[in-house]
Ligand binder design. Structure first.
Ligand code: AN7
Length: 350
């Protein structure tokens, strides 16, 4: 009923008597069973975690609510983040909700229109830099060291604390951890947070098993796969256009501690996954999110046996964030007719 992650998981979050229990209704997102694509992948138990159902349309709200609650508790007067778009939308929303001015630094020309529209509507001060996300994050780190402004990127430890609640929800829904968790990787905070969540639940005895963590970067922005920072990251999935992830170490720990993998998918593979999910499952996620599913297809093609495996794909943000891409990347299916029944019949029945 929209009680939010702070109330639902307060025992497992850094909540004190003084923490304001704020919420915009984040968390408690659907875990939907695949209806059609599972069969093609030979995977009878395939689930999709729909993080686009969060209040600002991405998983960022889970961590942002905790970061903002702690900022309020500590008497913060303003917040700042760098962003490929979703973090800025979430920070701007929670800033507006709690009366904290939000400053967002974004790479010029690289943020999807829906995300930019959100930051504007929520009233953030938007600073566009002639540089990429990695440069923007460096600026935010420098600025918040010098000035009394709270940094709310995932290098703020409260962000990952909040984001781990998605792993709790998956275990609460399934009764145990899945065998595999497929997830997109950009700044690598989310894979780090999920792994922490699964481990905490396991230690508490709420799950019997731990999942293999399967992280996917975009081929043109795959520093962890390549083992070195990428100075000019490029991918159609602008959310994960990141060349030097802040939580690099956390991603490696998730991979190695779980017996998983960090791999990459091409833009074509991402777009194929994006289209399949929308047209075959009714799930419209953003391209970065589809990287997790594209990764599953890739490993299936390589022979990964999924026949008695329980698999969860995390879809981190809604497709409505990037409507331009949706319109330009799908074959046109619209037909213009005169407003007569005959004209409609001629088209509809053909
Ligand atoms: C839809 O908003 O980095 O690996 O500045 O928006 O935790 O970074 C967004 C990242 C995946 C990658 N899917 O998560 C930002 C930002 C979507 C995203 C990621 C992002 P991390």
């Amino acid at each position: 009923m929209g009680v939010g992650v702070l109330k639902t998981y307060r025992e497992l979050l850094p909540v004190t008597e003084a923490t304001p229990m704020i919420t915009l209704g984040e968390g408690d997102t659907p875990l939907v069973k695949s209806n059609r694509l599972a069969a093609e992948l030979g995977c009878p138990e395939l689930y999709f975690k729909l993080e686009g159902c969060n209040p600002t349309g991405s998983f960022k709200d889970r961590g942002m609510v905790v970061a903002i609650a702690k900022a309020l508790e500590e008497g913060s007067r303003a917040i700042m983040c760098a962003s490929t778009g979703n973090t800025s939308a979430s920070a701007a929303a929670f800033g507006a909700y709690s009366g904290l001015p939000a400053l967002v630094i974004i790479p010029r020309g690289e943020v999807a229109m829906g995300k930019l529209a959100q930051a504007m509507a929520y009233g953030a001060k938007i600073i566009m830099v002639n540089g990429n996300f990695d440069a923007a994050l460096e600026l935010v780190r420098s600025f918040t060291t010098k000035h009394e402004v709270t940094l709310v990127n995932s290098v703020n430890p409260y962000r990952l604390e909040g984001q781990k609640t998605a792993a709790f929800e998956i275990v609460d829904s399934l009764g145990d951890a899945p065998d595999y968790l497929f997830i997109p990787v950009g700044n690598a905070g989310n894979i780090t947070a999920y792994w922490r969540g699964f481990q905490e639940y396991h230690q508490l005895g709420r799950s019997k098993t731990l999942p293999r963590m399967m992280g996917f970067q975009a081929e043109g922005a795959a520093p962890i796969v390549r083992g070195e920072p990428v100075s000019n990251p490029q991918t159609i999935a602008s959310a994960i256009r990141i060349g030097n992830p802040a939580s690099w170490k956390g991603a490696l720990e998730a991979r190695d501690g779980s017996g998983g993998a960090i791999d990459m998918v091409s833009d074509d593979e991402i777009l194929e996954g994006y289209r399949l999910l929308a047209s075959q499952e009714g799930i419209f996620c953003e391209p970065a999110s589809a990287a997790s599913f594209a990764g599953l297809i890739k490993l299936h093609k390589k022979g990964l046996d999924l026949s008695d495996r329980r698999v969860v794909c995390v879809f981190t943000g809604t497709g409505l964030k990037d409507p331009d891409l949706a319109v330009t990347s799908v074959a046109p299916q619209t037909i213009v007719v005169e407003p007569t029944l005959e004209a409609v019949e001629a088209v509809a029945l053909s």
